[in-house]
Design a protein around this ligand. Structure first.
Ligand code: F55
Length: 808
């Protein structure tokens, strides 16, 4: 490859502006320049992708297929330029052409095709799979609207549509020639022909699935993979001639259905809505994906008999669980195999990652809906269920276990059990989570087939989440570790530990953080008009809003601080700024109330002169990947305070750690592993352990006792009832904590039980902060030991232990 210079890029951009938009650089808008930049990089990646694909074909390499209803990609321009080794050249070329590079990066919309952790994980893994040169493809839906944009109006969340494609579609390459047809409804008919039994789905509604590919460049490699996003189209536009034949309405209906399938991402995280459109989305993308994989496989090998040798399908939670019956359908109905052979291949091809233990998030579908929408798939599910149930009965002879492990039971289809039965591996996403799966959630399945159960602790793309977004820290790491080795070998970060007593290094680390805080404050001022004090502790909780994540516990502590300040205006000497960012699922009323509460409290504190330069609360509107990229480098305290046992892993915790923030957290999810690496002395641990939470639940938890016993807590909770200067009262939240409501028990997530310990942890944290040298040392240790949380490590584990594919 000839090296690409600033000049070549400049020429390419000028040419692209000309042919795509009919404009010169002088005439082009920032948006057009962003799209031209995307197209230029896309061209380069497309060439490499063809070469990558040809190589894999020649080598008959085993392919990884990563199926996820969500890929929370965020922005791609800076990322792709970075991975292609062109970031400095692109910056320069843009400036030469009269643009501000920062403005061009900033105008790119996030491709927000995901809710939170699960979707972002998939995006990070695409980067690592490519960097590790694994032949891999991601598959999802090309949603027209990503996760909603959040506005805060009078303290409350308002949802606006996220039309990302206007500018974002520049990354997509439609491949209409590879269109697949997906069938819904109709009836199943069997007939014999020439001694062969044929099974066909008649009168089905056919939806076309058109692939739109997004190229994924790896770092330090020519390898390029693809994220294949399926767009939905109707087979034919409504044809007026059907009118006379009375088929007009059916055709119009088919068209309407096709057009809704890829319309919008469901905004619920860790909760399931049993809507038929959601099931259609799942089957649509699963069926299109498997048909396209099967077609390519058959073209290359002329048979499906070796499918499992050449393909592995990883499913991101149960949302793509229909791959199991759909692969069976293809093997039996299309490839003509018998059941046992098809089952053997299927159960050697599919692996399932679980991301939650919350029972309201374990996916179940009404059998009537599956039967109506997917009649053939339903027949197959029933047969899988029948055989599985027999296996369980023969193994345990225990009707209770039969019921628990059943796939079809009580009129419902249980997707997790289907995945366990039809998969070769089941993994949790942190050590603790995987243990809970084995001991509790999937205990009986583990007892029967223990070899299927694994752990792969999550990881994040450290090139994006450290090197790319935090150039100051990247520079320090390069200086201390002797170069950019850590980009491909994240464990090289360990070398930073050697500088724990180097005063100049600690000082430089502090200065980098301080500069990042100032930059974030300037950004917040410019984009939202909020005034942040860069001398305050930046204490941050950003993640989806959910009761189990306990943003409300954070709020209760702030109320306690505020009340303390009322009693004694000198109680706080160190300025403290609490930053929140969180989207609530639109239908999750309690979560929305908590957002409003944060805003009421922020307003109260803002208007109280006692709090000036001491205490501040800021709710950051529309938290998303691109905002996280600004915020992580500026954060000093990372709030990871979920009820122990509930957060499967967390990945935000890793982003903070890598950027040198110190964690205030419970022993939950990957915090446990962070603690193993850091010890008590390098994080602020507090609260009940997972087993203690369970024990307390068994013994009978009465939060009112704590309320009556602890005057600080008592006063705090009372403040919810009294309300704030905006006139809003939160008696509903008070009631929920003390008495329970709507079927949920009092203080379901043990906030009150952990309140005192949490306040003490925050106090220890604030005291430590006074000694900046000690703080910076802890921060250094955090960065030094964050290497294991690189996605490269996690993906290498999947490759070695589950996929059995070679990697770099
Ligand atoms: C989205 C849709 C549905 Cl239907 C259910 C769940 C979700 C979702 O977004 N889940 C999610 O983000 N789970 C998170 O996955 C992360 C990656 O493994 C974990 O770190 C995190 O603990 C878990 O909550």
């Amino acid at each position: 490859m000839t090296p690409i210079t600033t000049q070549t890029l400049e020429n390419a951009l000028t040419a692209k502006l000309m042919v795509s938009f009919g404009k010169t650089a002088a005439e082009a808008t920032d948006g057009e320049m962003m799209r031209a930049s995307a197209l230029v990089l896309r061209d380069m990646m497309a060439l490499r992708e063809v070469e990558t694909r040809q190589k894999a074909r020649q080598q008959h390499a085993r392919q990884v297929h990563y199926l996820s209803l969500e890929f929370l990609m965020g922005r791609s321009l800076m990322k792709n330029a970075y991975n292609l080794g062109l970031l400095p050249q692109l910056r320069e070329a843009l400036e030469h052409l009269g643009f501000k590079a920062a403005d061009i990066f900033e105008i790119e919309p996030d491709a927000a095709l995901g809710n939170g952790g699960l979707g972002r994980l998939a995006a990070c893994y695409l980067d690592s799979m490519t960097t590790l040169e694994i032949p891999a493809t991601g598959y999802s839906i090309c949603y027209e609207l990503g996760i909603f944009k959040q506005k805060i109006v009078e303290g409350q969340q308002v949802e606006l549509p996220d039309n990302w494609k206007d500018l974002g579609a520049a990354w997509l390459m439609p491949k209409p020639a590879e269109t697949q047809e997906v069938r819904f409804g109709g009836t199943v008919r069997e007939f014999w022909d020439n001694g062969h039994l044929h099974i066909v789905n008649e009168d089905a509604t056919v939806v076309q699935a058109v692939p739109c590919d997004m190229e994924i460049a790896g770092y330090g490699t020519e390898h390029v993979n693809v994220l294949r996003l399926w767009d939905a189209r109707s087979t034919q536009p409504v044809d007026m001639s059907l009118f006379s034949r009375g088929e007009y309405l059916k055709a119009a209906e088919d068209e309407a259905m096709a057009e809704t399938i890829a319309k919008v991402l469901y905004p619920e995280d860790n909760h399931l809505e049993g809507k038929s459109l959601r099931l259609k989305q799942q089957y649509f993308f699963v069926s299109a994906t498997l048909q396209s994989i099967a077609a390519k496989h058959t073209e290359l090998y002329g048979t499906m008999k070796n499918f499992h040798e050449k393909n592995v399908i990883q499913i991101n939670d149960t949302h793509p669980a229909l791959v199991i019956p759909e692969l069976m359908r293809i093997l039996i109905d299309d490839a003509g195999m018998d059941w046992d052979e098809a089952w053997d291949i299927t159960t050697r091809s599919v692996a399932y990652t679980n991301h939650t233990v919350l029972s309201e998030a374990l996916e179940r579908w009404p059998q009537s809906l599956v039967e109506f929408l997917l009649p053939r798939v339903w027949q197959i599910i029933l047969e899988i269920s029948r055989r599985w149930q027999k296996k369980v009965e023969d193994f345990y002879h225990d009707p209770k276990k039969t019921e628990k492990m059943a796939i079809v039971w009580g009129g419902q289809v249980r997707m997790a059990n289907l995945c366990i039965a039809g998969g070769m591996a089941v993994n949790g996403v942190s050590g603790l989570h995987s243990e809970i799966l084995k001991k509790d959630v999937f205990r009986d399945a583990y007892g029967m087939e223990p070899w299927k159960f694994r752990n792969v602790t999550n990881g994040i793309d450290h090139r994006r989440w450290l090197s790319e977004i935090n150039p100051g820290l990247d520079g320090l790491i390069r200086d201390l570790t002797g170069g950019d080795d850590y980009l491909l070998h994240p464990q090289a970060l360990k070398k930073l530990d050697d500088y724990a007593d180097d005063a100049s290094v600690l000082e430089r680390l502090g200065a980098i953080k301080r500069a990042n805080k100032a930059a974030f404050a300037a950004h917040a001022k410019k984009t939202r008009g909020v005034e942040l004090n860069p001398d305050a502790i930046f204490d941050v909780q950003v993640k989806r809003l959910h009761e189990y994540k306990r943003q409300l516990l954070n709020v209760l502590h702030i109320i306690a601080l505020y009340q303390k300040l009322q009693d004694d205006p000198n109680a706080i000497t160190q300025p403290h700024t609490f930053l929140f960012g969180a989207k609530a699922a639109p239908g999750y009323a309690v979560a929305k109330r908590i957002i409003r509460l944060i805003n009421s409290l922020a307003d109260q504190i803002d208007h109280d002169p006692i709090c000036r330069d001491k205490l501040q609360v800021v709710f950051l509107e529309n938290y998303r990947v691109s905002l996280a990229e600004q915020l992580m480098p500026a954060s000093e305290v990372s709030q990871q305070i979920s009820t122990a046992g509930k957060e499967a892993s967390g990945t935000g915790n890793m982003k903070f750690m890598m950027n040198g923030a110190l964690t205030v957290g419970t022993l939950d999810g990957a915090n446990v592993e962070m603690h193993d690496l850091l010890g008590d002395e390098n994080m602020f641990l507090f609260g009940l352990r997972a087993d203690e939470v369970e024990q307390l639940k068994r013994e009978g938890y009465v939060p009112q006792r704590l309320y009556n016993r602890d005057p600080v807590l008592h006063r705090c909770l009372d403040a919810l009832r009294t309300g704030f200067r905006d006139g809003v009262r939160y008696d509903d939240l008070y009631q929920r904590l003390l008495f329970g409501a709507g079927g949920s028990p009092a203080d379901e997530y043990f906030l009150l039980a952990d309140f005192q310990a949490y306040c003490q942890a925050e106090k220890r944290m604030a005291e430590t902060y006074r000694d900046q040298t000690a703080w910076n040392r802890m921060s250094l240790h955090n960065i030094a030991r964050s290497g294991v949380f690189a996605a490269d490590r996690a993906v290498a584990e999947y490759a070695d232990n589950i996929w059995h594919v070679p990697h770099k």
